[in-house]
Design a protein around this ligand. Structure first.
Ligand code: FES
Ligand code: FES
Length: 164
C-alpha cells in the first residue's frame, strides 16, 4: 500500500493542497489536477515538453517528485496568456510559424519565460543554451528563433543582441 502525504504548492498564484505518494512526479500531479498543458513526452528529463517554472527556474516536471514542490511556487503554461489574449511570446510563435504540431511548445514557452524573466535581452548563445533541453521534431527551430527575436525586441525595449 502506498502512503500518501499532504503537500501545499503555490500553483499558478493560488495556494493548493494535494495528497501525493512518495514516487509521484510533479508532471503526474499536474496532469491529474487538470493542468494538461504540461506535456508528457519522454518522462526521462530529455525532451523538455514537461517544463514548468519552480521558484523562478525552469525544471522538468517528469523528473521532479511532486513532494519536492511542497511550499514552492510553481507556474505552468496555463498561467501564460489566454486563447484570446496570448502572451507576446505565444503570439509571436503563432505568427512567425514557430508552431507546427504544438506538442513541444508549452515546454519551450516556459523555458524561454524563465530565461527572459532573468535576462530580458539574452545573447544568441544564451538562447541556444536555454533551448538545449527542449526538443522540437517539427520546426527545425528556425521559426522558433524568429519568434524569440521578435519577442525580445517587443518586451525588452531594446534591439536584440543578435540578428535574424
Ligand atoms: S517528459 Fe519531461 S523531459 Fe521529456
Ligand atoms: S511543433 Fe511539433 S514538436 Fe515542436
Amino acid at each position: 500500500m502506498s502512503v500518501e502525504k499532504a503537500i501545499r504548492i503555490q500553483l499558478n498564484g493560488e495556494s493548493r493542497e494535494f495528497n501525493v505518494t512518495a514516487g509521484e512526479s510533479l508532471l503526474a500531479l499536474l496532469r491529474r489536477s487538470g493542468l494538461t498543458g504540461t506535456k508528457r513526452g519522454c518522462e526521462d528529463g530529455a525532451c523538455g515538453s514537461c517544463t514548468v517554472i519552480m521558484d523562478g527556474a525552469a525544471v522538468n516536471a517528469c523528473i521532479t517528485f511532486a513532494f519536492q514542490a511542497h511550499e514552492r511556487e510553481v507556474w505552468t503554461i496555463e498561467s501564460i496568456g489566454e486563447y484570446d489574449d496570448p502572451s507576446p511570446l505565444q503570439k509571436a510563435m503563432v505568427e512567425e510559424a514557430g508552431v507546427q504540431c504544438g506538442f513541444c511548445i508549452p515546454g519551450i514557452v516556459m523555458s524561454v519565460k524563465a530565461l527572459l524573466d532573468e535576462i530580458p535581452n539574452p545573447t544568441h548563445e544564451q538562447i541556444l543554451e536555454n533551448l538545449d533541453g527542449n526538443y522540437c521534431r517539427c520546426t527545425g527551430y528556425e521559426k522558433i528563433e524568429d519568434a524569440l527575436h521578435r519577442t525580445i525586441a517587443e518586451t525588452s525595449g531594446e534591439e536584440p543582441q543578435w540578428t535574424r
